[in-house]
Write a protein that binds this ligand. Structure first.
Ligand SMILES: [Zn+2]
Ligand SMILES: [Zn+2]
Length: 147
């Protein structure tokens, strides 16, 4: 028994084999990596729903808003005017609600090798069209006012 195992023995009252310890360590590490990865993904990535997730949408052309189960945002069309739908976003500074279209950014990502330019474009796309504030947030389902 080395000193560390001895310490663990005192702590748990059981003799812990190195193998058990290693498995436990790997498990803790993978859980940790999973949570860190999830936190990083959700803070950096543009909102990308899981297939079939219900999202708050807004028409890119008219005032139509809807909570809809979305598989592919590229195929979502406004039932009122036929224009492509975007994700509903709200400006935290002036309360203006607008449609954020990840389609434009997706196309840019294919052609623009400079990632900084892509990030710049993301900031522009997500900025408020009313007051140009960058302080905007995507809206969750249920935020659509039923009139
Ligand atoms: Zn429309
Ligand atoms: Zn604004």
């Amino acid at each position: 028994m080395d000193a560390f195992q001895e310490w663990l023995f005192k702590l748990t009252g059981k003799k812990v084999s190195m193998r058990t310890l290693l498995i436990a360590l790997i498990m803790i590490l993978s859980v940790f990596v999973f949570f860190v990865k999830r936190a990083v993904d959700s803070s950096n990535a543009p909102p990308r729903p899981l297939p079939g997730a219900v999202m708050a949408l807004k028409c890119s052309s008219c005032d139509y808003v809807e909570d809809r189960r979305i598989v592919d945002i590229d195929e979502a069309k406004c039932p009122k005017c036929g224009a492509p739908m975007g994700y509903k976003r709200k400006c935290m500074d002036c309360s203006f609600e607008f449609s954020y279209m990840p389609q434009r950014l997706k196309n840019l990502m294919k052609t623009e090798p400079n990632r900084f330019k892509v990030l710049e474009a993301l900031a522009v796309e997500q900025a408020c069209p009313n007051c140009h504030s960058g302080n905007t947030e995507s809206m969750f389902p249920g935020s659509v006012d039923k009139k």
